[in-house]
Design a protein around this ligand. Structure first.
Ligand SMILES: Cc1cc2nc3c(=O)[nH]c(=O)nc-3n(C[C@H](O)[C@H](O)[C@H](O)COP(=O)(O)O)c2cc1C
Length: 200
């Protein structure tokens, strides 16, 4: 049966955030259409970006298509082992330079943020997203046939979570393992009070 891996938080979070996690077990029978991916793309589209530059780009592929199979081939072996059961594989890329060639220093930051918005909307739609940085960059860039400034960052496996029993090791253990995070205190940096004095 599907299991929850709800985040253990120090204070309550919105369930869409607390209950999101990255599965390796997807329902191989569950079909998705491009229309059903639209809310996810809208969520990405409306995320903030530096100067509203909106540098995120997406390539959509659905299971059963030759394009989907071609993306699977570019994945690292440890991802290929399970990601082919997803209903969709979506390449997320960043356009790292503007139309005049000027660099966009925040392009990857902005694109990651768009992927985060997409993931939360997916949770709302009853879908799960597993982001994958493990893929052959050159092979994927060739498949996309995109301009040089468009850099693939991750491939998203998107679908319905399924029971873990279909997974082989080591993926089964990873699927069942508890999710962990550093405590909030470890995320906090100090600020030197002298900076405040010199600004005054
Ligand atoms: C940029 C990025 C790259 C990732 N690459 C992979 C990957 O190649 N294979 C994989 O199984 N998980 C990958 N993940 C998923 C992370 O391992 C996962 O988000 C993390 O362990 C936290 O687990 P959770 O999403 O279930 O909370 C990636 C996540 C991100 C954000």
């Amino acid at each position: 049966m599907n299991h929850a891996k709800t985040a253990a938080t120090s204070v309550p979070l919105h369930p869409l955030l607390a209950e999101r996690w990255s599965p390796r077990s997807f329902d191989r029978q569950y079909p998705l259409t491009e229309r059903e991916l639209l809310p996810l793309l809208e969520a990405a589209r409306w995320s903030p970006s530096a100067n509203n530059s909106q540098p995120w780009r997406f390539a959509l592929t659905l299971r059963g298509s030759a394009e989907f199979d071609a993306i699977v081939e570019t994945l690292a072996a440890g991802n290929r082992a399970w990601a082919d059961a997803a209903s969709a594989l979506v390449v997320v890329a960043a356009e790292t330079a503007g139309p005049d060639g000027s660099p966009r220093p925040w392009a990857t930051y902005d694109t990651g943020q768009a992927a985060a918005h997409l993931s939360v909307q997916a949770e709302y739609e009853g879908l799960a997203v597993h982001q994958m940085g493990g893929f052959d960059r050159d092979a994927l860039a060739d498949l996309l046939d995109a301009p040089a400034a468009v850099t693939p960052l991750v491939v998203l496996a998107i679908g319905r979570r399924a029971t873990a029993d279909g997974l082989a090791e080591p993926f089964l253990s990873r699927e069942l393992a508890a999710r962990t995070r550093r405590p909030v205190e470890e995320l906090l940096l100090g600020v030197d009070a002298r900076a405040e004095e010199s600004a005054a």
